[in-house]
Design a protein around this ligand. Structure first.
Ligand code: NAD
Ligand code: UFG
Length: 337
C-alpha cells in the first residue's frame, strides 16, 4: 500500500515508517518538523536502505497539504501528527486544540476530496479518563481526559465516528496507545524530547547518562503493590508493528474499529527503575516526591481484541525497552542532531 504518514518523522511515526518499509509498503511522510528533526530521514535510510518521500508541510495548511494529495496517490493514511505534551497543553490549550483538531479536519476534508477511504488514528489511553477498573477494554466508557491534549483525542475520535456515520464506506481504526517507550535497537531512532523530559523513560535515560541528577518518583503512596504508579509500557517497535497489522485489517473493510495497543501488563515506576538498572548495569538515583497532579494510580490495557482481530501482540518486555532506550540515549546524548 502507499501510505501517507503524518507526523512520520516523530518518535512513533519514524519507527512505523521502518515497519511499513519492512512489510513492503511505501510510506510518504508529511511533517512540519515542529517536534522532530529532518535528520531522522537519513537515519531511516541507514537502517532501511531507503529514504522515504518527505514533505515538510503543516497538516493545518490546506493548500500545502492538498499539493501532497495531488502529487501522491495514497491507499491509506496513518495520522500521527499532533502536539502531545500533557503539561504544555494545560498552559497552551488554544494551540493544542487548534493544531490537533484543525490538522485532523483538513486531513479528513482532503481524504474526502481525493477518495481516500482508510485511516489509522493515533489515539491514547487517556480517553478513558480515570479508570473505574483495570485492565481497560475497548468497551469501557470514554469518560474524557483531564487535560486539553487528551480532550483533543476524545474530540478527534468523535469526529471520526461522525465521519463514519455519514460515510460508511470509510475504514477507520482508532488505536489507543498505552505508554510507548524504548527505541530502535540500532540506537539510531528514539524519543527525542525538547528540554527536560516529562515522561518517565526519557527522564530515567537522561539520569543514566548523568545529564540529570536523580529521578523524581511522583508519589509512593498509591494503592499499588509498591505504592508507585503503574502503567502499561509498550516497546515502540511493537507499537509500530501494530500499525502494520491494523492496515492489513483495514484492507478487509471493517468499518470503524477500536483497539487498545499495550502489553496487558502493568509495571510500577520502581519496577522500571530496577529493570533499567539490571538491563544496563547502571545506577538510577531517585528521590520520592509528591504525586503529580492529574496522575492515576494504575492504568493498563486488556489487549485481547487486538490479538484476536489483528493477530498482533507485544513481543518485547520492559527490559528490552530499557536496554534500547539507554542505547539511544548514549548514542544521542543531545538528541538527534
Ligand atoms: P512526536 O511529537 O514525536 O511526533 C509527532 C509528529 O507530528 C512530530 O514529528 C511533529 O513535528 C509532527 N506534527 C505536529 N503537528 C503537526 C502538524 N500540524 N503538521 C505536520 N506535522 C505535525 O510524538 P509521538 O510520541 O511520535 O506521538 C505520535 C502520535 O501518537 C501523536 O498523535 C500522539 O499524541 C500519539 N500518542 C503518543 C503517546 C506517547 O506517549 N508518545 C501516547 C498516546 C498517543
Ligand atoms: N513519573 C515519575 N517521574 C517522572 C515522570 C513520570 O515518577 O519524572 C511516573 C508518573 O507519575 C507515572 C509514570 O511515571 O506514574 C508514567 O508517567 P509518564 O509521564 O511517562 O506517562 P503518563 O502515563 O503520565 O502519560 C502517558 C503519555 C500521555 C498519555 C497518557 C495516557 O505521556 O500522552 O500516558 O495514556 F496521555
Amino acid at each position: 500500500m502507499r501510505v501517507l504518514v503524518t507526523g512520520g518523522t516523530g518518535f512513533i511515526g519514524s519507527e512505523t515508517v521502518l515497519a511499513l518499509l519492512a512489510a513492503g509498503h511505501t510510506p510518504i511522510i508529511v511533517d512540519n518538523l515542529s517536534n522532530s528533526k529532518i535528520a531522522v530521514l537519513d537515519r531511516i535510510k541507514t537502517i532501511a536502505g531507503v529514504r522515504p518521500v518527505f514533505y515538510q508541510v503543516d497538516c493545518c495548511d490546506y493548500d500545502a497539504f492538498r499539493n501532497v494529495f495531488e502529487k501522491e496517490p495514497v491507499d491509506a493514511v496513518i495520522h500521527f501528527a499532533g502536539l502531545k505534551a500533557v503539561g504544555e497543553s494545560v498552559s497552551k490549550p488554544i494551540e493544542y486544540y487548534s493544531n490537533n483538531l484543525v490538522s485532523s479536519l483538513v486531513l479528513l476534508r482532503l481524504m474526502k476530496e481525493f477518495g481516500v477511504k482508510n485511516i489509522v488514528f493515533s489515539s491514547s489511553a487517556t480517553v478513558y479518563g480515570v479508570p473505574d477498573r483495570v485492565p481497560l477494554s475497548e468497551t469501557d466508557p470514554v469518560k474524557g481526559a483531564t487535560n486539553p491534549y487528551g480532550e483533543t483525542k476524545v474530540m478527534i475520535e468523535r469526529i471520526l465516528e461522525d465521519a463514519y456515520k455519514a460515510d460508511p464506506s470509510l475504514n477507520i481504526a482508532l488505536l489507543r496507545y498505552f505508554n510507548p517507550i524504548g527505541a530502535h535497537p540500532s540506537g539510531l531512532l528514539g524519543e527525542d524530547p525538547n528540554g527536560i523530559p516529562n515522561n518517565l523513560m526519557p527522564y530515567v535515560s537522561q539520569v543514566a547518562i548523568g545529564k540529570l541528577k536523580a529521578l523524581h518518583v511522583y508519589g509512593d503512596d498509591y494503592p499499588t503493590p509498591d505504592g508507585t504508579g503503574v502503567r502499561d509500557y509498550i516497546h515502540v517497535c511493537d507499537l509500530a508493528e501494530g500499525h502494520v497489522a491494523t492496515l492489513k485489517k483495514l484492507e478487509a473493510k471493517p468499518g470503524l474499529v477500536v483497539y487498545n495497543l499495550g502489553t496487558g501488563k502493568g509495571t510500577s515506576v520502581l519496577e522500571i527503575v530496577k529493570a533499567f538498572e539490571e538491563a544496563n548495569g547502571v545506577k538510577i538515583p531517585y528521590v520520592i516526591s509528591p504525586r503529580r497532579p492529574g496522575d492515576v494510580a494504575e492504568n493498563y490495557a486488556n489487549c485481547d481484541k487486538a490479538y484476536r482481530e489483528l493477530g498482533w501482540k507485544a513481543k518485547y518486555n520492559v527490559t528490552d525497552a530499557c536496554r534500547d532506550a539507554y542505547r539511544f540515549q548514549q548514542q544521542n546524548p543531545n538528541g538527534i542532531e
